[in-house]
Write a protein that binds this ligand. Structure first.
Ligand SMILES: Nc1ncnc2c1ncn2[C@@H]1O[C@H](COP(=O)(O)OP(=O)(O)O)[C@@H](O)[C@H]1O
Ligand SMILES: N[C@@H](CCC(=O)OP(=O)(O)O)C(=O)O
Length: 368
């Protein structure tokens, strides 16, 4: 693979690749499943964002393409199981288990829902499953919709802490104009930052056949991903072996650079964007442990102040009231108060369950 090894990869597959007028494009799905299986053997964790539910569902319900939201929502409901069945079949021949997540914009914007989706995805990857994500089109109202899977996949890359997002489409990247309309359009191999001038190259929102966003939503997705420390490749998935050739650098594509690393972007978000909802007071031993890079365990916490919920940002203070860290709580305030001073093996005894050993995990914490 060209460049540094990819630790966690999100691949977005557009409707035109996943479906044809007759149903799922099984040869394409098998090809992707084989490439994903090989990536996983090489140590890369892979998450798919697959479009295609609406296109498949329209066919099954005998409806035609139209802007009517209720028809699209009905089609998504009818098409989604068909889509997952096709993916399940493709991955079964590699002994890989698929797992469906249907997200709304709320799941990627609300901090608690974000953390839940994040930990579900982490648990699925750890268990060896292939998460396959789509938007929950069937019930999402206009305000709750991301609206296209390009941007959804960027938000998934952000919440999963991915280092690479691949947008597989029917075009091998960004051109200086829509190559379907302008024969003189030139390919753009590298983009350092998604500026308004770059977005302007994509023109309006028109895309190909069953697609939703055209090139514009792909660039918007790349911008979201870059801010989350994730690079983006936009390439064509129309030829067999496309994903492998794209990742190895053999295939033509557009690469949009990341702005920093996923971990840095996530910590900057915690440090700079979130206002603390409550605080934890910790003893001197815990303060020293945090400075050495440890997670905050309940055993070193002497007080939990405020009415915070799991996922809220907390200020961590030493006995003198000095703020020494900020981080996202893994427990609600009531739970945290019941856990004060608890050792790891006492958590389940006190609560009847455990959300993990840390009140604030070091990955979710920034020292001041
Ligand atoms: N500047 C551009 N460079 C490349 N493609 C463009 C550009 N402007 C518009 N497009 C169109 O965007 C299409 C890809 O978007 P879309 O059909 O939504 O794909 P998908 O279904 O994969 O999301 C291309 O087929 C192309 O016609
Ligand atoms: N969620 C929709 C896909 C929306 C979408 O962005 O489609 P596309 O532009 O083909 O990736 C579906 O499953 O049909």
């Amino acid at each position: 693979m060209a460049g540094p090894p990819v630790r966690r990869l999100v691949i977005k597959l557009g409707s035109a690749l996943v479906t044809s007028g007759e149903g799922p494009r099984t040869a394409f799905l098998s090809d992707i499943a084989a490439d994903v299986a090989a990536l996983r053997r090489d140590g890369t964790e892979v998450i798919l964002v697959s479009s295609g539910a609406v296109a498949l569902g329209l066919g099954r319900l005998g409806l035609s393409r139209s802007p009517r939201l209720d028809h699209k929502q009905a089609a998504a409901a009818a098409g989604q199981p068909f889509l997952m069945q096709a993916w399940e079949t493709a991955f079964a021949s590699h002994d890989l288990c698929t797992a469906q997540l249907l997200l709304t914009a709320h799941d990627t914007e609300d901090r608690r829902a974000f953390l839940n989706a994040r930990s579900t995805i982490a648990a699925l990857l750890k268990a060896g499953a292939v998460p396959i994500i789509n938007e929950n089109d069937s019930t999402a109202t206009a305000e709750l919709r991301v609206g296209d899977n390009d941007r959804l996949s960027a938000r998934v890359a952000q919440l999963a802490g991915a280092d690479l997002l691949v947008l597989l489409s029917d075009v091998d990247g960004l051109y200086t104009a829509d190559p379907r309309r302008d024969p003189d359009a030139a390919h753009v191999p590298d983009v350092a930052a998604v500026t308004p001038a770059i977005i302007a190259l994509a023109g309006g929102a028109s895309g190909s056949g069953p697609g939703t966003g055209g090139m514009r939503t792909k660039l918007e997705a790349a911008r979201i991903a870059a801010a989350a420390g994730c690079a983006t490749l936009i390439g064509s998935g129309t030829e067999p072996g496309a994903l492998r050739r794209l990742l190895s650098g053999e295939a033509r594509r557009t690469r949009i650079a990341a702005d920093g690393s996923p971990a840095r972007a996530y910590k900057a978000w915690i440090a700079g964007t979130l206002a603390p909802i409550g605080s934890l007071v910790i003893d001197a031993g815990a303060a020293a442990a945090l400075r050495r890079g440890s997670s905050l365990l309940p055993s070193g916490v002497t007080a939990a102040e405020g009415a915070f919920a799991r996922g809220d940002c907390l200020s961590v203070r030493d006995p003198d009231g000095e703020e020494i860290a900020r981080g996202l709580s893994r427990y609600d305030a009531d739970e945290a108060r019941r856990l004060l001073g608890a050792r790891g093996d006492e958590i389940t005894a006190r609560l009847g369950y455990s959300r993990g050993d840390a009140l604030i995990h070091r990955d979710d914490m920034v020292l001041r």
